[in-house]
Design a protein. Structure first.
Length: 762
């Protein structure tokens, strides 16, 4: 069965109940070719011809021409558009012609670095003078590291290793850094939020040390399509950039299907499980031997969908049960490489994966992709969908909607998805909670001076002065040095967190470290009595040591999960921007958020029945961040009271739905955002709805929400109005992370509030 026959087959399936709500027919595209202005080394040309990589696409040529002119370039084009050649050709040409050039390739994962290493090996296999290249990460044997530093022309690594392994030991990298010509950052769109803000400072530290050794490397970035490619590249590196974003590669046509699970109870807006829908579709794809890849949101769901499909296919064709495998982080590297190889070589028909396979690892030609839930951004959706149809044949992508506001908005508004520019990738390198630790690291690597303001930005002097006051830096002869008590500061900074403080989750019986939990999340995830899922196993936390920051847990077979209850208070510290939309005031500024976890509920896994409630006595967690807040107009409360609607419940529902839909406009996760609503806030004397960055110091999400507040209100109103539930549900106003267990909520009151905000008829 081919792709053209498969959709009609699904529609005739006994399981089908009209789940297809939209089909986007994406037309095939012919390739457009171009010619490089500067001649390439003949040996490199021979290699490109040998590997059937010529002629080059127009966007590849445009990028290479700009790189040859010495420009910093970001290539922001879709999956499988040949971005790798955009940097590989200039790098290899420089190594072959100038002999002493070096290049550093940075990838977000070790697997992607290994995949690109294989591509380099293939491309350079026919070169008479072969470049020397190697990966340098946590898996690199100590015995090989010295040779890599001294003799490699190309080093493939990741930002974590640069931060903790290379920069603090830069003296041993002196020769490499002195000759460094190119820094390549692949999958640059993944560096956003807290991680991106950290990586931006790692890159600034790297540039500073390169300058120390006499080099000024050119930057080449590759990214999925995002709305602000140039701004993101410049924020990430601190340098000016040119953008290449017009894709000229060929691709076959694609049928992109939006599949919304059918209702079980329309009044309560409960739908069939997206996981069971994915299982049915994948089973049919496997049975008809259509090469496919499915994405699931978590490791646990990846394993569950795999087991369900395998069980179903065994009943229909037992021989095919060996043709499906799961793929996720946590597996041994050799296991993941074997799955990648088997899928590439056709030994597997179907793989169920986490986002670990979203990035550009070459797994060959696939016919179909199934996305179990909206990945959270348009960019990630296209990355996952683009794993099928990577050459010229027709392909199929099916996006299955989950029962939450974001997914349901996408299901009900396909024009928004297919007609909208991609989201903005947001970072904040000047976040003081992130910048300060990197300044301490930079001083340890090389004493800081006023010249470094050009590298670290306008708050550099202020932050150094504060660090001096904290006893972390001391000033001598115009330079800042680290305090004598500081030893190897990089190892104390987790670049995936806005806080250096972490709690350790330890198995009580063995003392084995299970995981490290960011301090901001500790009381929510590993409080006494919490049920914590680790690599598919359930653990109950039996003790939390607040002084040592250690939680002790033991394996459990209890069939319940835990959900915390908390109280959050917010205080306005500073208002930076204000705008009036008719009689509505919208503000942006710094706030102080204080959250206290006061207890938790025990809920049965399958029914969500509350089987117990436990009080907790934990200290409050307080942090400063950036927030937007708005009032609702003087007449709205009176209208709600006259209508007999719940005013606080309407504010609460408006807050929940707004938070859920903000990721439509910014590359962020719902967990990156928090909110508070109140009928009376003491700092304003009015009813307010607050939406804040859930990371200390902020990473730019609230700023984007402030900028696009009207569009956010419109999307929020549309989602609530279109939801068929009577009183609010997980698809519109309920939040899975609500500290008040979604009480009170009033869907009808939220509609009145949002219509008033948008000056619509109430």
């Amino acid at each position: 069965m081919n792709i053209a026959e498969f959709l009609p087959h699904l529609k005739n399936h006994t399981h089908y109940q009209g789940q297809i709500v939209h089909i986007e027919h994406i037309q095939p595209q012919e390739a457009e070719y171009g010619s490089i202005e500067q001649p390439l080394d003949p040996k490199l040309l021979t290699s490109l011809e040998h590997n059937v990589l010529l002629p080059l696409y127009k966007h590849q040529v445009a990028a290479i021409n700009e790189i040859h002119k010495g420009k910093n370039v970001i290539i922001a084009t879709p999956t499988a558009s040949g971005k790798t050649l955009c940097y590989t050709i200039p790098v290899l040409n420089t190594i072959l012609t100038k002999k002493n050039g070096r290049a550093l390739y940075l990838y977000p994962t070790k697997a992607l670095a290994q995949d690109q290493l294989r591509s380099l090996q293939k491309l350079s296999s026919v070169l008479k003078i072969k470049p020397r290249y190697a990966t340098f990460d946590g898996d690199t044997p100590v015995s090989e590291r010295g040779d890599i530093k001294k003799s490699s022309d190309i080093v493939l690594s990741n930002p974590d290793m640069i931060h903790v392994g290379v920069l603090p030991n830069h003296q041993s990298w002196a020769t490499f850094l002195a000759r460094l010509k190119y820094i390549v950052i692949d999958e640059a769109h993944t560096y956003r939020g807290v991680l991106g803000s950290h990586v931006a400072n790692v890159i600034r530290r790297l540039r500073r040390l390169c300058n120390r050794y006499g080099s000024d490397p050119q930057m080449i970035l590759c990214s999925a399509t995002i709305a602000n490619a140039q701004d993101h590249a410049e924020n990430l590196t601190g340098l000016p950039f040119d953008v290449v974003d017009k894709d000229s590669s060929p691709h076959g046509g694609k049928e992109f299907v939006f599949w919304n699970p059918s209702f079980i109870d329309k009044e309560k807006s409960t739908r069939r499980s997206a996981n069971s829908e994915a299982t049915m579709i994948l089973t049919e794809l496997l049975f008809h031997q259509i090469r496919s890849l499915a994405f699931a949101r978590t490791r646990r769901l990846t394993e569950l969908i795999y087991m369900y499909v395998k069980d179903q296919i065994k009943q229909r064709d037992p021989q095919l049960s060996s043709m499906i495998k799961p793929y996720r982080a946590g597996y041994l590297a050799e296991e993941r490489r074997e799955i990648e190889r088997d899928l590439f070589e056709g030994k597997l028909i179907t793989v169920v994966a986490t986002t670990a396979l979203e990035l550009g690892i070459d797994i060959g030609d696939l016919d179909a992709t199934v996305l179990t839930g909206y990945p959270g951004s348009i960019a990630s959706t296209w990355q996952q969908a683009g794993r099928s149809g990577r050459r010229s044949d027709m392909s199929l992508s099916i996006l299955i909607g989950l029962n939450n506001p974001l997914d349901q908005y996408i299901m009900n508004n396909p024009g928004f998805f297919f007609g909208k520019n991609h989201e903005n990738a947001l970072i904040n390198p000047n976040n003081p909670h992130i910048l300060k630790p990197h300044l301490v690291c930079a001083s340890w690597e090389l004493p800081l001076s006023t010249r470094d303001e050009l590298i670290f930005g306008p708050t550099f002097i202020e932050e150094c002065t504060e660090l001096e006051g904290m006893g972390l830096l001391h000033k001598r002869r115009g330079h800042y040095y680290p305090s004598p008590t500081i030893k190897y500061p990089a190892q104390d900074i987790n670049i995936r967190s806005s806080s250096s403080q972490q709690y350790a989750l330890v198995e009580a019986t063995s003392g084995r470290l299970l995981e490290l939990i960011e301090e901001a999340n500790a009381f929510f995830q590993i409080h006494p009595g919490a049920v914590y899922l680790h690599q598919g196993e359930s653990y109950t936390v039996i003790e939390l040591d607040l002084i040592a920051k250690i939680a002790y847990a033991q394996l459990t077979e209890d069939n319940y999960y835990t959900q915390t209850k908390d109280i959050t208070e917010i205080r306005i510290l500073r208002t930076d921007q204000t705008k009036n939309i008719r009689d509505i005031t919208v503000c942006l500024g710094e706030v102080e958020v204080t959250t206290t976890v006061i207890g938790f509920k025990k809920k049965r896994i399958f029914t969500d029945e509350v089987i117990g409630e436990v009080a907790l006595a934990l200290p409050p967690h307080t942090f400063r961040t950036i927030a937007l807040w708005f009032d609702i107009g003087a007449a709205t409360e009176e209208i709600l009271m006259e209508s007999g609607l719940d005013f606080p419940g309407g504010l609460h529902a408006t807050e929940h739905a707004s938070i859920a839909l903000l990721p439509l406009f910014a590359l962020c996760d719902r967990n990156d955002i928090g909110g508070v609503s109140t009928p009376f806030h003491p700092d304003t004397g009015k009813a307010q709805v607050f939406i804040y960055d859930a990371h200390a110091g902020g990473v730019g999400i609230s700023e984007k929400g402030f900028e696009l507040i009207t569009q956010l209100w419109q999307a929020t109103l549309q989602t609530i109005v279109e939801c068929p539930c009577a009183d609010g549900c997980p698809a519109c106003t309920q939040s899975p992370k609500c500290g008040n267990n979604n009480e009170p909520l009033d869907k009808k009151a939220a509609i009145v509030i949002l219509k008033n905000l948008l000056s619509k008829n109430i």
